[in-house]
Design a protein around this ligand. Structure first.
Ligand SMILES: Cc1cc2nc3c(=O)[nH]c(=O)nc-3n(C[C@H](O)[C@H](O)[C@H](O)COP(=O)(O)OP(=O)(O)OC[C@H]3O[C@@H](n4cnc5c(N)ncnc54)[C@H](O)[C@@H]3O)c2cc1C
Length: 271
């Protein structure tokens, strides 16, 4: 794209209701938007404003973007009101994206919370499209209640892939739920991976990231091998406005995925 501040028009092709508060928007941008898994876009709703989101779709389909959005406030409510055929704007991509090269040949543990599984789904696409690239992919996912589990229709397909396992948990017992109960950190005890050589990536609320990172380090992961999506409020996306810096790091430009080693000693970095 020519001007980084100028949104590219994108037509809403389909709206998928994931949960009562989460929807996936299938967008057809006026031109392909090449991105790496973990890079984010600014979505602009005309007359309302813009907000950052990481595509949940495959980077190998830059002409068709899927963005999965939790309704939180002004911009996300306007996005949730969109219908197929309407047009919004897209800027980006921004940020570095996930450290894909560092996952080669390693056991990869993916830890998502709530809508935090959305950016990680893009990474899962990238890994699944490269059979054998990661030695193994272990997906641990937590949501508050069964009705809040995102991408439910895809779990069976993921778990059926060679070298992939998927476990979901919900916070409290619920009628009809026979799976795991407890916070997502409870899925990190007794994992069948070698923490000394594995790599973990996590996305979810900041408080969850803090406890996930501590737990992973407790069970033997080096802090350098734990990557956290620091999806804080950000504005320009280019390290100019200074809204999202953590110490000397600009989350929009240098992140948003940073290793725990990079952020653990920065005051206020993890909630
Ligand atoms: C790099 C990046 C990637 C993101 N990817 C996704 C995604 O794929 N899907 C998704 O649903 N959300 C994602 N988010 C969060 C999303 O950007 C915010 O929910 C959105 O900006 C809220 O805008 P709003 O106008 O609806 O809310 P506002 O009206 O601005 O705020 C409503 C409430 O949400 C809080 N809030 C706003 N932004 C954030 C934030 N970034 N983190 C925590 N609380 C916030 C506000 O403090 C306020 O309490 C991402 C954020 C970043 C920085």
């Amino acid at each position: 794209m020519g001007n980084d501040f100028e949104p590219l028009p994108a037509r809403v092709e389909e709206v998928v209701v994931e949960t009562p508060t989460i929807r996936t928007f299938v967008l057809r941008p006026a031109a392909p938007v090449p991105f790496r898994a973990g890079q984010f876009l600014q979505l602009y709703v005309p007359g309302v404003g813009e907000a950052p989101f990481t595509p949940s779709s495959s980077p190998s389909e830059p002409e068709r973007l899927e963005i999965t959005v939790l309704r939180a406030g002004r911009v996300t409510a306007a996005l949730h009101a969109l219908r197929a055929g309407e047009e919004i704007g897209v800027r980006g991509p921004f940020g570095r994206g996930y450290p894909l090269a560092r996952l080669e040949g390693r056991e990869v543990v993916v830890v998502g919370g709530g809508v935090g599984l959305a950016p990680l789904r893009s990474l899962l696409h990238a890994l699944f499209e490269r059979p054998g690239f990661a030695r193994r992919v272990s997906i641990k996912y937590g949501a508050r209640a069964p009705g809040e589990l995102c991408f439910r229709r895809q779990y069976a397909d993921w778990a059926a892939r060679p070298g992939v396992d998927f476990t979901a948990t919900i916070d409290r017992p619920a009628e009809g739920w026979t799976g795991r109960v407890g916070l997502v950190t409870t899925l990190l005890d007794g994992m069948d991976v070698d923490p000394r050589t594995a790599c973990a990536l996590s996305c979810g609320p900041e408080v969850m990231l803090r406890f996930v990172a501590r737990k992973l380090v407790d069970v033997g992961f080096p802090a350098e091998s734990v990557f956290l999506s620091m999806n804080r409020n950000m504005s320009c996306g280019m390290g100019i406005c200074g809204r999202c810096n953590v110490g000397s790091v600009f989350l929009c430009r240098d992140g948003p995925d940073l290793s725990y080693a990079e952020v653990r000693h920065v005051p206020y970095a993890l909630g």
